[in-house]
Design a protein around this ligand. Structure first.
Ligand SMILES: NC(=O)C[C@H](N)C(=O)O
Length: 345
């Protein structure tokens, strides 16, 4: 058993209130734990402050839930690895079985938060709320946005309405699905949105207002089980552009068991890439087509899928299509089965 699990004991909290729900906070780092000069939001150290400081910075948090923190890592989210994902999945899947734990919040850097959200959405085996949040301004900045994001995430994690909704992201008073959330601005505090679909709802103070839910499979309905894995099949992303060298695909094939192409328009690429993708199919390296455009869908297309050599991604962005292909490859290399997953998830 992971030694971090034994540290979760709500009754030892000086503020413990038996009337409230119990929420576990898993801290991974990011700007929400960043430290620097108050007026410099560009130059700071991400992942510098411990979870205890983050919790202490949120007034009235002990009125919405009893919170126990676990420091999983403390780094910039560009340094998150599959090993961190497997650790998060294993901790949450283990703790979710406890009757005295009602929800989870993960604090995370915003730059790869969309990827961690989708991965966990596919591999967690719980209906209990799992909320991911972060901040755009470091904890030490003027008008730091982390404390409100954390306050509202804990409130949502303690809210029974959030059960069974899949992994969600709370950011700048919006509630987003882990499947569709994407970062849409490099520096503004309102940095997240959902591909084409708006958001699931809003947070106002500690109250949640839901308006919609995702129809795609997740958590307890998903078929993926990573509990026995220490790594995932390697999948790389190739970005297509005018006159792109098909040799890139040859190179990626030496590193990868599957390849995602971020194609132009509806996920297309040149004849030289079409030929190369055909060769990859012969070599048993599945290729999934996505678009480098951040909205719309990528479907089967007579021009590009001449002999069904590639699998269209439906509506996932390349970095999320990569996660699904990696998980799919833990079960199959069959093109039809993988294609079905891109419609289900
Ligand atoms: N706003 C942030 O959290 C950005 C930071 N570089 C990270 O992803 O860790």
């Amino acid at each position: 058993m992971n030694s971090l699990l034994t540290t979760v004991d709500f009754k030892t909290l000086s503020t413990y209130n038996p009337e409230l729900k119990n929420v576990v906070i898993l801290a991974t780092g990011g700007t929400i734990a960043g430290s620097g000069e108050a007026h410099k939001t560009l130059n700071y150290e991400p992942g510098a402050l411990p979870i205890s400081d983050l919790l202490a910075s949120v007034p009235h948090l002990d009125e919405v839930a009893n919170c126990a923190g676990i420091q999983v890592s403390n780094l910039c989210s560009a340094d998150i690895t599959v090993s961190h994902w497997l650790t998060l999945a294993s901790i949450i899947n283990s703790l979710a079985g406890r009757d005295d734990i009602h929800g989870f919040v993960i604090t995370h850097g915003t730059d790869t938060l969309d990827e961690t959200s989708y991965f966990l959405n596919l591999v967690l085996k719980t209906d209990k709320p799992v909320i991911i949040t972060g901040s755009m301004r470091p904890a030490t900045a003027i008008s730091a946005d982390g404390p409100l994001n954390l306050y509202q995430s804990v409130a949502l994690a303690a809210n029974p309405e959030a059960c069974g909704m899949g992994v969600m992201v709370v950011f700048a008073e919006g509630i987003y699905s882990g499947r569709d959330v994407q970062k849409v601005n490099t520096f503004k505090a309102n940095a997240f949105d959902e591909r084409d679909f708006g958001c699931l709802g809003y947070m106002r103070d500690s109250e949640a207002f839901f308006y919609t839910r995702t129809l795609k499979k997740h958590t307890t309905a998903a078929q993926f089980d990573v509990s026995a894995l220490s790594s995932l099949p390697e999948v790389s992303v190739a970005y297509f552009h005018v006159d792109a060298n098909p040799g890139i695909l040859d190179y990626l094939a030496t590193l990868s068991q599957g390849i995602i192409i971020a194609g132009a328009g509806g996920g297309i690429y040149s004849k030289s890439w079409i030929d190369k993708v055909g060769e990859l199919k012969q070599s048993n390296i599945p290729v999934v087509r996505c678009s480098r455009i951040s909205s719309g869908i990528t479907l089967k297309d007579a021009y590009i899928d001449l002999s069904s050599n590639s699998i269209p991604c439906n509506s996932l962005v390349p970095q999320k299509a990569r996660i699904l292909l990696s998980l799919a490859l833990t079960q199959t290399k069959d093109y039809d089965r993988i294609a079905a997953m891109y419609n289900e998830y």
